[in-house]
Design a protein around this ligand. Structure first.
Ligand SMILES: C[S@@+](CC[C@H](N)C(=O)[O-])C[C@H]1O[C@@H](n2cnc3c(N)ncnc32)[C@H](O)[C@@H]1O
Length: 226
């Protein structure tokens, strides 16, 4: 290839993002869905849902046309809701894909705006602390216990530092690692209150959290309120 794989992947993502943003401005179906969403209240929203959006009770957003996605949206740039209309926002394994200087503060600011007072933001990120602990342990047992379904990381990565870089950079799709302090800091800077670490599957959404079992071994689960 004339360019590296990660440059190609970034270009592909940005091209899709441009197309989706244009659809939001001109495509009649998108405009109609936007019109409807802007009039709804008490919404539960799953952002960057991938193919895991529930088919009932949740508005699922993703950049790509995946199963159960209600509206393709470049969530870095805008959220398709009126201010103070969302009860809850679930964001699982998405924050680490945002540029921390520009995209991340704007995304959190957008989440804050669309949430109702006392609305809940639930964020799940790969817990850097768990991976660093596993890195420091003497063998691969701890690393394997928090792996993403890779049975044996020692087979997939020549060293534990390669495994750590895989988690933090993910082929340059991720912008680094996250721990509790970093997450609390950006959330409080964006105006969120009552920020707390929660357990997998436990939280304040009215019908309970929608965490994916897959991320349970290495996820850091945090809830915050507007
Ligand atoms: C690591 S996946 C997480 C998927 C799912 N939330 C999960 O927990 O498995 C990140 C998701 O974010 C989506 N995504 C990436 N950039 C996006 C953007 N700018 N706007 C909306 N979704 C985006 C990707 O398509 C992908 O589905």
């Amino acid at each position: 290839m004339p360019i590296t794989r990660h440059v190609f992947d970034h270009c592909r993502l940005e091209l899709n993002a441009i197309i989706v943003r244009l659809m939001h401005k001109f495509h009649p179906v998108y405009l109609y869905k936007l019109y409807l969403l802007k009039r709804k209240k008490n919404l539960l929203v799953n952002i960057g849902c991938g193919p895991y959006g529930l088919d009932q009770g949740w508005i699922n957003l993703d950049l790509f046309p995946i199963k159960n996605v209600y509206l393709r949206t470049d969530c870095r740039k805008s959220l398709p809701f009126s201010d103070n209309t969302c009860l809850g926002i679930h964001v699982e394994m998405f924050l680490e894909h945002l540029d921390p200087k520009d995209e991340l503060p704007f995304f959190l600011y957008s989440c804050y705006n669309v949430l109702q007072k006392d609305g809940i933001l639930r964020v799940v990120v790969p817990d850097a602390q768990k991976f660093i602990n596993a890195y420091q342990s003497k063998d691969w047992i701890e690393m394997n216990s928090i792996s993403y379904g890779l049975d044996d990381w020692a087979i997939n990565f020549p060293t534990k530092m390669d495994a750590l870089n895989h988690v933090f950079l993910q082929g340059y799709e991720h912008y680094g690692g996250w721990d509790k302090d970093r997450l609390f800091n950006v959330l409080s800077k964006s105006g969120f209150i009552s920020i707390r670490v929660v357990e997998f599957g436990i939280g304040d959404f009215q019908n309970g959290p929608i965490d994916r079992e897959y991320h349970r071994p290495n996820g850091l689960y945090v809830e915050a309120k507007k």
